[in-house]
Design a protein around this ligand. Structure first.
Ligand code: ZN
Length: 277
């Protein structure tokens, strides 16, 4: 289980509480996860303290850049992006649990071969490794809908969104595992993309219980990243997405949607269920 972004106490009054709830859920289930913070989503010093708590609790800390810009954006140059990664590295490298691992914002690893390969070369030269995911999902979108219902005082609808969210994660885990079996011929140790957000603060324990009841065993993030799948460099452009998806794309696998995950796929499901705010 890996979590991106980090909470921002400057914008989220409940940031410290949500951070503690997520850490308590992981601790309660004996799970060592990874956090990939970005300075842009954490605000000033208060956000860094919440990130530090993850490292002190034994979770890995990685690098999710300073500004959270997409390397697939034509306006983002390779040199600018590298400088942005370095800025975040300076901010995080002294933290307990930090490892030089890069989680690309939006899982976008470059819109051109020069940017994609330039970033791969920079990481190799600087003892950085990429931290891809195998199971991608849209927890961030369910979080927006969930938070809107709570803000409107509709706890009943928020709870129904939470149940839909659990089904979504089980569905995406099954999908990417099936794709991996087709493409790799095996089921890898998966890396799941989630975020620090309100719905995970409320539901992470339920997420873990649902995955476990569905037959998943949850590995530590550090052992998951040892799977050779995550050292692969798929030949796709634009580069990125789930690394299982990218391997499938490089093999011209049929039926792959792009982007692999997005709100546009989830919104109709929630609308049909009467769960859009
Ligand atoms: Zn992010």
């Amino acid at each position: 289980m890996t979590f991106d972004d980090g909470f921002n106490p400057g914008k989220q009054p409940e940031a410290a509480q949500w951070n503690a709830q997520m850490l308590a859920a992981l601790r309660g289930h004996g799970i060592n996860a990874a956090l990939f913070p970005t300075l842009a989503r954490m605000g000033a010093a208060g956000g860094l303290e919440l990130v530090e708590a993850w490292g002190r609790a034994g979770h890995l800390i990685g690098n999710h850049t300073a500004s959270h810009r997409s390397l697939a954006d034509p306006k983002v140059s390779l040199d600018w992006f590298i400088a942005d990664v370095r800025t975040a590295d300076e901010a995080f490298k002294g933290l307990a649990g930090f490892g030089p691992m890069l989680r690309f914002p939006y899982l976008k690893e470059g819109d051109t071969q020069a940017k994609r390969d330039g970033m791969r070369e920079w990481m190799a030269r600087n003892d950085y490794r990429s931290a891809p995911v195998s199971i991608d999902a849209s927890d961030w979108y369910y979080n927006i809908v969930y938070a809107a219902h709570l803000k409107a005082g509709d706890a009943g609808k928020a709870e129904r969104v939470k149940q839909a969210y659990l089904r979504h994660l089980l569905d995406r885990a099954d999908y990417y595992d099936g794709l991996a079996r087709d493409v790799l011929g095996r089921s890898p140790v998966h890396v799941m993309l989630l975020h620090t957000n309100q719905i995970n603060a409320a539901a992470l324990s339920d997420v873990i219980a649902a995955l476990t009841a569905h037959g998943w065993n949850i590995a530590s993030a550090s052992s998951a990243f040892q799977d050779p799948l995550y050292a692969q460099a798929p030949d796709t452009l634009p580069a990125g997405e789930s690394i299982v998806w990218a391997r499938a794309k490089a093999l011209d696998f049929p039926g792959l949607r792009y982007p692999a995950e997005d709100a546009v796929y989830e919104e109709p499901l929630l609308r049909d269920a009467g769960l859009l705010p």
